[in-house]
Design a protein around this ligand. Structure first.
Ligand code: SAH
Ligand code: SF4
Ligand code: F3S
Length: 508
């Protein structure tokens, strides 16, 4: 039986307003997110397609788990199937094709998908015609095993194989099971214009690269997403311009390690670029954010995730130069101890990380938002090493963190080389200490904002009350205020009160 209380479906409104970079980690931020964080090991959240107003006879239902990149992929998949004449539905019972876009980052994420497949089995029993497909990271990791283990599944497609979907859906409708888990060195879906799902019409996410070439020992992503490749900057700027023309006012550029974005006309085998277009021959991440920032000063630019080993001063200086590049960096530390960082193969030390934070503070100042990901109880971590994580948090004063206990993933370097030897109760205890520490620091950081006025991009009505609106400041803090202003406009808000997770203010 599916335990519904374990699932949290994100409505369009909630998703667009509250989910954010954190969904990179398979966790959805919420206004009351610290409470949510406590529950994170029990809850698993997902996003679905909505009912569209098309007259299409055939309907597609997609349920997406995991990070924002996976959600973005679902927008590409929807676009591919729309071209084949599909409309979208919010109800699996009314769908002709049910797709589940999966995540493998932690064991829990995969278990959730297995439970959902059980649920869809019930749907399929009532409607034998429906095609069920598994997409994404779990499809890539388990390949044909999924077809063998889950009889309900008709299709298995990895993240680089979505162009094959129409063909495989057709075959499945003729009764033939299909699989494509080929990982590409080139695919970026640059030419596919995503159908925005769960959109608030103000903020949008854009994938600028795919895959990951880092081999963090705990992480399954390099195996499920393949080699790192950067998307053509022309297509990125074009997509941003289109979004701006449609009224969007904020874009978040997505990649597992955005600082290693690098595109060159020559390497990417394209014709020589014309400098007059504003695109140079080699485009690095600093160049890219500059190009995007120039689309309009009224368009906010964010990005995630920055890798501490790669974030450059050039990026920080570019952020300073453009008011519309937001003053916020998601800079996952994972651990505050150099020996553990070495075992994790993060390729930086505690000192290196601290130096990067110093550079951020020197160039962008104390108001720059910084957030992190932390893993508690990695292989052989001692109590003292765990305390180094807590002292790093004290030093950096993160505005926010996404916090997990270590979950061994088959095939990763850590699974091969190190024993997963920290007992679950100790992992949970350490995680709890990290969460408590973050709560204190978040409150302190938010209290420091009280009495100050911020430029806020309004995202829409607050879900707490119809009289309240909400938006974010440049540092990515959610601010709630009374008033009735159009979503997509900029307003000044004086912060009058706060919780660890939210600022409250008055329209100026
Ligand atoms: N590319 C990003 C992270 C992507 S995965 C980066 O390098 O920061 C998102 C987060 O999930 C990671 O930062 C890490 O904190 C967490 N994570 C990844 N693998 C994990 C595992 N096996 N167990 C627990 N947490 C994990
Ligand atoms: Fe995983 Fe490390 Fe790549 Fe992030 S940088 S996706 S943690 S391997
Ligand atoms: Fe994202 Fe999960 Fe894959 S975090 S990259 S969907 S393993």
């Amino acid at each position: 039986m599916l335990k519904l209380d374990k699932f949290k479906r994100i409505s369009a409104d909630k998703m667009s307003l509250h989910s954010y970079l954190c969904s990179m980690q398979g966790l959805i931020a919420d206004i009351d997110l610290l409470e949510e964080e406590k529950k994170q090991s029990e809850s698993c959240e997902y996003k679905t397609t909505e009912d569209d107003d098309s007259l299409a006879v055939r309907k597609l239902y997609i349920e997406s788990y995991g990070c924002q990149m996976n959600f973005s992929d679902s927008e590409i998949v929807t676009s591919i199937l729309k071209k084949e004449g599909f409309g979208t539905t919010s109800s699996p019972e009314h769908a002709d094709v049910i797709l589940i876009n999966t995540c493998s980052i932690r064991e829990k994420a995969e278990q959730t998908v297995r439970n959902r497949l059980n649920f869809f089995n019930g749907v399929k029993k009532k409607n034998r015609e429906v095609t069920v497909g598994v997409l994404g990271c779990m499809a890539e990791r388990l390949k044909s095993k999924l077809l063998e283990e889950e009889k309900i599944v008709d299709l298995v497609l990895g993240p680089d194989a979505y162009r094959d979907l129409p063909k495989l859906v057709k075959k499945a409708e003729e009764g033939e099971k299909g699989i494509n888990t080929f990982l590409s060195r080139e695919e970026t879906y640059a030419d596919i214009s995503p159908v925005r799902l769960n959109s608030n019409g103000v903020t949008a996410f854009i994938s600028i690269m795919r895959g990951c070439d880092n081999m963090c020992s705990f992480c399954v992503v390099p195996f499920t997403r393949g080699r790192e490749r950067s998307r053509d900057p022309h297509s990125i700027v074009q997509e941003v311009q289109d979004l701006f023309n449609k009224g969007y006012r904020e874009v978040t550029l997505l990649g597992q390690n955005v600082d290693s974005y690098k595109w060159s006309a020559e390497e990417n085998n394209k014709a020589r670029l014309n400098r007059k277009n504003g695109v140079d021959e080699i485009v690095n991440f600093a160049n890219l954010i500059e190009l995007v920032a120039k689309v309009s000063p009224d368009l906010r630019v964010r990005f995630s995730t920055s890798h501490p080993k790669d974030i450059t001063d050039e990026v920080l200086h570019t952020m300073k130069k453009y008011e519309n590049i937001c003053n916020y960096i998601h800079l996952p530390a994972q651990s505050g101890n150099t020996r553990v960082l070495e075992l994790m193969n993060r390729t930086y030390s505690r000192e290196w990380y601290i130096n990067r934070v110093k550079a951020i503070r020197e160039i962008l100042g104390d108001e720059c938002g910084i957030s992190s990901d932390m893993i508690a109880g990695f292989c052989s971590e001692t109590e003292e090493e765990h305390r180094d994580t807590l002292t790093l948090m004290d030093y950096v004063k993160y505005d926010f963190s996404y916090m997990f206990f270590y979950s061994e993933r088959p095939g990763t370097l850590a699974a091969k080389k190190y024993a997963d030897d920290i007992p679950l109760d100790i992992k949970k205890k350490r995680l709890q200490e990290i969460i408590e520490k973050q709560r204190e620091i978040s409150l302190e950081r938010n209290q420091a904002n009280v009495g100050k006025t911020y430029k806020v991009l309004v995202e829409g009505k607050s879900k707490r009350s119809v009289e309240q609106m909400q938006g974010r400041n440049s540092a990515n803090k959610v601010i709630i205020f009374e008033g009735d202003v159009a979503a997509g406009s900029y307003v000044n808000v004086l912060v009058t009160d706060c919780t660890p997770a939210t600022l409250f203010g008055k329209l100026q």
